[in-house]
Design a protein around this ligand. Structure first.
Ligand code: NAD
Length: 271
C-alpha cells in the first residue's frame, strides 16, 4: 500500500481542541496515525496533554501540546498563531472541547447557562473563525489535499434529541448544527469543507454516570439499537475519514456516530 492509502493525512497539520482526554485525545492520536502532525490543545490538564503527545511520538508521529481556553477570543487567536509558528500551515481543525453543567431549567443559573454556551458554542465559533481566516490565506496544495482546509465540529445526538435537565448543552449542540450548515454554505466555494460529527453515548469522563455500573449501563443500552456503548475510536475513525480526501464531496453535513440512537428506539416494537 502506498502512503496516500495508509497515511491519507500525510504532511497535513491538525489542531484538535480539548484533546487532552476522551474523544479529542482519540481523534488527535488517530489523525497522527493517518500521517498528520497534531496540536493537542488543553485548557488546564497540561500533564494529560503531554501524555497524548508522548503516545503520538512513541508511534512515530509528530505532536505538540498547547494550552488555551477555547472560550477566550485572544487565547484562541494565540493558539492559532502558535500552530502557524510551529507548523507553517494548518489543514484540519477539529473543534471538540466541551463541558456539561446540568440542572433543571428552573434551577439553572446564568453562570451554568453561560459556561456551556461559552465553551460549547462560542468556543466552536472562535475556533472555526480563526481556521477560516487561516485557510482563506493558504494556497490549495493538491499534493496535500483537494480542499483548502477542513473544519470538523464535534456536535452530539443532542443537536437533534431534546434533553431535559441539560437545556444549555442541547441548545449549544443545536446551535452547532446550524453553525455547521451556515458556515459550510458560506465558505464551500473557497474549497473549505465544514462538517460535524454527532456522537451518541461514548464511554468518556463527561458521561461516566451514564455507563458506570451494570444498572446505569443497561438503562443506557435501551437507548441504543446497536446495543453497545460507543468507544472513542468509533468517533476518531469518522473524524479521520471526514478530514481526508475520501470525504472530499462531503460538505455541510452531520455524520451521526451513535449506534442508531437517533432512530427513536422506543418505536422498535411498533411504538
Ligand atoms: P471529555 O470531558 O473527556 O473531553 C472534553 C475536553 O474538553 C476535556 O479535555 C476538557 O479539558 C476540554 N475542555 C473543556 N473546556 C475547555 C476549554 N474552555 N478550553 C479548552 N478545552 C476545554 O469528554 P468527551 O466525551 O471526550 O467530550 C468531547 C466532545 O464530545 C464534547 O464536545 C462533548 O460534548 C462531545 N460529545 C461527547 C459524547 C459522549 O458520550 N462522551 C457524546 C456526544 C458528544
Amino acid at each position: 500500500m502506498n502512503d496516500s492509502h495508509s497515511k491519507p493525512l500525510k504532511d497535513q497539520n491538525a489542531l484538535v481542541t480539548g484533546s487532552s482526554s476522551g474523544i479529542g485525545a482519540a481523534i488527535a492520536r488517530k489523525l497522527a496515525q493517518h500521517g498528520a502532525a497534531v496540536c493537542v490543545n488543553y485548557r488546564s490538564s497540561a500533564d494529560c496533554a503531554d501524555d497524548v503527545v508522548r503516545s503520538i511520538v512513541a508511534e512515530g508521529g509528530h505532536a505538540f501540546a498547547a494550552g488555551a481556553d477555547v472560550s477566550d477570543e485572544s487565547a484562541v487567536q494565540g493558539l492559532f498563531s502558535e500552530c502557524v509558528a510551529r507548523f507553517g500551515r494548518l489543514d484540519i481543525v477539529v473543534a471538540n472541547a466541551g463541558i456539561q453543567r446540568d440542572a433543571p431549567l428552573e434551577q439553572m443559573t446564568l453562570e451554568q447557562w453561560r459556561a456551556v454556551i461559552d465553551v460549547n458554542l462560542t468556543g466552536y465559533f472562535l475556533s472555526a473563525r480563526e481556521a477560516l481566516r487561516l485557510f482563506a490565506k493558504q494556497e490549495i496544495n493538491p499534493a496535500l489535499s483537494r480542499a483548502a482546509g477542513k473544519i470538523i465540529f464535534i456536535s452530539s445526538v443532542h443537536e437533534l434529541i431534546p434533553w431535559a435537565g441539560h437545556a444549555n448543552y442541547a441548545a449549544a449542540k443545536g446551535g452547532i448544527m446550524q453553525l455547521t450548515k451556515s458556515m459550510a454554505q458560506e465558505v464551500a466555494s473557497r474549497r473549505i469543507r465544514v462538517n460535524a460529527i454527532a456522537p451518541g453515548a461514548i464511554r468518556t469522563d463527561i458521561n461516566r454516570q451514564a455507563w458506570e455500573g451494570p444498572d446505569a449501563l443497561s438503562k443506557l443500552l435501551k437507548l441504543i439499537p446497536y446495543n453497545r456503548i460507543g468507544e472513542v475510536d468509533d468517533v476518531a475513525e469518522a473524524a479521520a475519514w471526514l478530514a481526508s480526501d475520501a470525504a472530499d464531496y462531503v460538505v455541510g453535513t452531520t455524520l451521526f456516530v451513535d449506534g442508531g440512537m437517533v432512530l427513536y428506539p422506543g418505536f422498535a416494537s411498533g411504538g
